[in-house]
Design a protein around this ligand. Structure first.
Ligand SMILES: *Cc1c(COP(=O)(O)O)cnc(C)c1O
Length: 489
């Protein structure tokens, strides 16, 4: 079944296998379903994470056979996660916290990126595609290492990651620049994430046709990144039903620390597929472009870009919002196409009152200042002995103020998107450590001592490995860099 449509043109739909191979639609749009499978909640109770993933993903992954979906799920969620529950829920004070950081690079992107390479390799077989695939990815921090880890040494696929020279943490950088594997490339780009990301989008639309190489994307614009994230919204809900915090059918809120709008959009797909959700709280840091959009209906990227302590959310162009706009405009591709054109040429757009009303009935935006973020880290550690990473702390602070100010008592699940040990300097600062050691490995050790918890081994190890990649290039050099990498120059 061909069920995925471009958000920007009325070209014929494609199946998920094709969408995952291509990444972006040829017109620059994002592949999106117009309708959603409906799951009977009763049938989802008491399943393991893997069984649940197979059940949820099978109808989304059109073009794949049932046994191919099963194989991809089993390869992704085997022993690479450090807990058999894959994405466990912990009750911390008033909030259930959905821990998404138990994968190999200690951030939530592992959940999707441990599966995407298998989906892509299977899609190449299904479509009888003998090109070499070159994955191009711009990262604001955590996508890079998770994608490199997922794709390393995968047959027939190479990967090139670009990260902004300033703004990511030393550990995030080391995770990428020390990664082993024969099919990997990593380069720093001058400027911020948005400029690297815009260049990558430009390369996709202007890359010369080639007999030998096909570009694809591991960013959350790829449908294969989104689909696996739908699963943990169901799994968190079922965990709360199992421990009797919820009755089957009760509504919940999810508070999602948001950058590119991918994670929270996967939650919306879960909602559209029958998950009882009252509200999605979209949590932003000081780069509050989404908060302003949800308040005013105007999306305006023309503002100063702020480097914060939650770098993976330092984003002014939230690509996946395009999919929500498409779905809330009755899948009218001409509306999305013109909004995206306005964003490109004018830097802003305003959506219609009708679609704003639809979006606001489900989504609200809350942002946290640096001070509020750090204070959430310290108070949660003081009150509950639990360490939040700065991204999760943005969401914690947003949820606390949301509950206090609205009086909404609906259970609110907070998505915890990274291990605190990935950002030890910020966490130590929040906890009032003084002095903070200079070296990231000393910082990690100090945090282990203070918290009595162990840092994930992969994180501490990468700091002792030699750098393999040291190129620093300008955004306008990226196209030539990629062509050379692809053997075309
Ligand atoms: C990527 C990332 C986010 C933002 O997720 P989006 O899907 O881009 O909205 C939040 N927290 C962490 C730790 C991340 O790596």
């Amino acid at each position: 079944m061909k069920n995925l449509f471009s958000t920007r043109s009325s070209a014929a739909p494609v199946d998920a296998a094709q969408a995952i191979l291509s990444g972006l639609a040829p017109d620059g749009g994002l592949y999106t379903p117009q309708s959603f499978p409906q799951f009977d909640l009763t049938s989802l109770q008491n399943l393991s994470y893997q069984e649940l993933a197979i059940k949820i993903l099978t109808p989304f992954l059109t073009g794949y056979s049932d046994s191919e979906v099963r194989k991809c799920v089993e390869s992704a969620y085997s022993d690479k996660f450090d807990t058999p529950e894959v994405t466990p829920v912990r009750e911390i004070g008033a909030f259930p916290v959905l821990e998404l950081f138990h994968g190999p690079t200690a951030a939530f992107k592992d959940v999707a990126l441990s599966m995407l390479p298998h989906l892509m390799a299977a899609a190449k077989k299904i479509k009888d595609d003998h090109h070499r695939t070159l994955i191009l990815t711009a990262t604001s921090g955590d996508t890079g290492s998770a994608a490199l880890y997922g794709f390393k040494n995968v047959e027939g696929i190479d990967i090139q990651v670009f990260y902004p020279e300033s703004g990511i943490s030393p550990i995030q950088r080391a995770q990428m620049t020390t990664m082993d594997g024969s099919n990997l490339g990593v380069a720093a780009v001058c400027g911020n994430f948005d400029s690297a990301q815009s260049q990558v989008k430009g390369i996709f639309s202007t890359f010369p046709e080639s007999e030998s190489v096909q570009l694809s994307s591991a960013n959350s614009i790829n449908f294969g990144r989104l689909a696996p994230q739908i699963v943990y919204y169901f799994s968190a809900y079922m965990d709360l039903v199992r421990n009797r915090s919820l009755k089957l059918g009760d509504k919940v809120n999810f508070c999602v620390p948001t950058g590119n709008f991918g994670d929270i959009l996967a939650g919306y797909f879960a909602f559209r597929s029958g998950l009882p959700v009252a509200r999605f709280i979209c949590a932003s840091n000081t780069n509050r472009v989404l908060t302003d959009f949800l308040e005013s209906g105007t999306y305006n990227r023309l503002r100063d870009f702020v480097v914060t302590s939650s770098p993976s959310m330092d984003i002014l162009i939230s690509s996946n919002l395009e999919r929500l706009l498409y779905l809330s405009n009755k899948c009218d591709c001409s509306v999305t196409a013109s909004l995206m054109e306005e964003l490109k040429t004018k830097g802003s757009y305003k959506i219609s009152d009708a679609s704003m009303e639809e979006i606001r009935s489900l989504f609200c935006g809350w942002c946290s200042t640096e001070e509020q973020t750090l204070s959430a880290i310290s108070s949660v550690f003081e009150d509950h002995g639990y360490l939040l990473d700065p991204h999760t702390a943005v969401a914690w602070s947003a949820s606390s103020r949301y509950q206090a100010e609205t009086g909404d008592t609906t259970p609110t699940i907070i998505l915890a998107t990274a291990s605190p040990f990935k950002f030890p300097r910020t966490v130590l600062k929040a906890l009032g450590s003084d002095p903070i050691p200079q070296s990231p490995s000393e910082q990690m050790k100090l945090l282990e001592n203070i918290s009595g918890q162990k840092a994930p081994a992969f994180l501490s190890n990468c700091l002792n490995l030699p750098d393999r990649f040291s190129d620093v290039i300008k955004p306008e050099e990226m196209m030539a860099y990629v062509q050379k990498k692809a053997g075309l120059l």
